[in-house]
Design a protein around this ligand. Structure first.
Ligand SMILES: *Cc1c(COP(=O)(O)O)cnc(C)c1O
Length: 407
């Protein structure tokens, strides 16, 4: 068996399909977001503007966050020193969980090392709590939810994306006595469209199902206190389990669920992905808590964020670029070909100092490859002008079509 040849063959498949991933080496400049230094493979550097980051509000450089992290680091050292059960639960973790529970107006919250782990660990553990559980999952749910549902090895049904009629049909086909859970997202990160939260909750009531929502691309950004789309729409209290990240709009790292005290106690006690791993460094927990606290009382960044997204969309539409617009803060532009998508991204970076990563299969279906822009309050008018000019030039140079795909 030639193991090296097998590895090469696997990598070559990615190259042939034009979806081999190249990581761009960047060093963000605190105080100058969204600017960063790009380190080329030859060691030279160039200043670039990041247009694809998930630090949606620039909280990764916010003074309140950095002060809290410095203070915790100086007070308590680098790591937590243990799993949550064995010496790794600190005042910082407790304070963070209290902050999150309050954000979502739930009795309790549980912090994980990432939202990926939170989804995987929670969804795979629920079938142990509810033997015979049937999970109904939106077909476009994030990889971490799919992974968790698979790991749980319970009966599952996939409903067509955002299709509540299909969801109803599936629910009607199930044993009325079986425990059920509907898993979905509030903002789908690749198209930037919203889940039909209220309709799903109505169905959950009608069929006595639990609900699990991933608000990863909404927490910090929607709702009067940054509690997400469910807060904005007055629906948080009707959702059983809310999942969020501390790594995107909150600008730090980590993930969580918020739910009833009883539910959190059970997941805390049963989920291997929570139990058998070192807890977050206290400084990270302190920074995340400071970020949540700040965004609860400061709607200003949320408002500028939405305005920035609207301005960018208006300007892209004026160029006739194939924008995918569902009214959220995410701005995807359809390219529809992995090689062209990568080429556009390379040209933007090398010729214009604009960094936007190509989004290819398996992150999105083949044929829907795209550039996904994430405007933020830290992107200035000059940066937006330069992006628009560069895209206009490149779209012509590459003879790409300008027809609008969706309204
Ligand atoms: C990024 C993402 C996650 C994972 O969040 P991390 O905290 O980065 O692990 C979960 N769900 C969705 C929808 C995401 O886009």
């Amino acid at each position: 068996m030639d193991y090296d040849a097998r590895i090469d063959a696997a990598l070559n498949r990615l190259h042939e399909e034009g979806r081999y991933r190249v990581f761009i080496d960047i060093e963000r400049q605190k105080g100058a977001f969204p600017r960063a230094l790009w380190r080329r493979p030859d060691g030279s550097t160039r200043e670039v503007t990041i247009w694809c980051g998930n630090d949606y509000l620039g909280m990764g450089q916010h003074p309140h966050v950095l002060e809290a992290m410095h203070a915790a680091l100086d007070a308590t050292g680098a790591g937590s020193g243990g799993t949550r059960n064995i010496s790794g639960t600190t005042v910082y973790h407790k304070a963070l969980e209290a902050e999150i529970a309050d954000l979502h107006q739930k009795e309790a919250a549980l912090v994980f090392t990432s939202a990926y782990i939170a989804n995987d660990a929670t969804l795979s553990t629920l079938p142990q709590l509810f033997p015979g559980l049937v999970i109904l999952s939106d077909e476009l749910n994030h990889a971490s939810m799919i992974q968790g549902i698979r790991h749980g090895r319970c009966e599952k049904h996939i409903f067509r994306h955002n299709d509540v009629a299909h969801l109803r049909e599936l629910l009607e086909g199930l044993d009325p006595e079986a425990p059920k859970l509907i898993a979905f997202e509030s903002v789908y990160s690749m198209d930037g469209d919203f889940g039909p939260i209220e309709e799903i909750l109505d169905l959950a009531d009608e069929f006595n199902a639990l609900t699990y929502i991933d608000e990863v691309h909404a927490v910090g950004m929607y709702g009067p206190r940054g509690g997400g789309v469910a807060e904005r729409d007055g629906l948080m209290h009707r959702i059983d389990i809310i999942n969020g990240t501390l790594g995107k709009a909150f600008g730090v790292m980590g993930g969580y669920i918020a739910a009833s005290a009883r539910m959190v106690d059970a997941i805390r006690s049963y989920a291997p992905g929570f139990i058998f791993t070192t807890s977050l460094p206290p400084a990270v927990a302190a920074g995340a808590a400071a970020s949540i606290r700040h965004l609860k009382t400061d709607p200003h960044l949320r408002e500028i964020h939405q305005t920035q997204a609207r301005v960018l969309k208006t300007r892209l539409r004026a160029l006739g670029l194939p924008l995918i617009d569902h009214g959220s803060h995410i701005v995807p532009v359809h390219v529809g070909d992995p090689v062209k998508c990568k080429m556009l991204s390379d040209r933007l970076l090398e010729d214009h100092g604009i960094y936007v990563q190509p989004i290819n299969f398996p992150t999105v279906p083949r044929g829907t490859e795209r550039l996904r822009f994430t405007p933020s309050p830290v992107h200035g008018p000059d940066e937006m002008d330069r992006l628009i000019a560069a895209l206009d030039t490149l779209w012509s140079q590459c003879a790409l079509n300008r027809a609008d795909l969706t309204g």
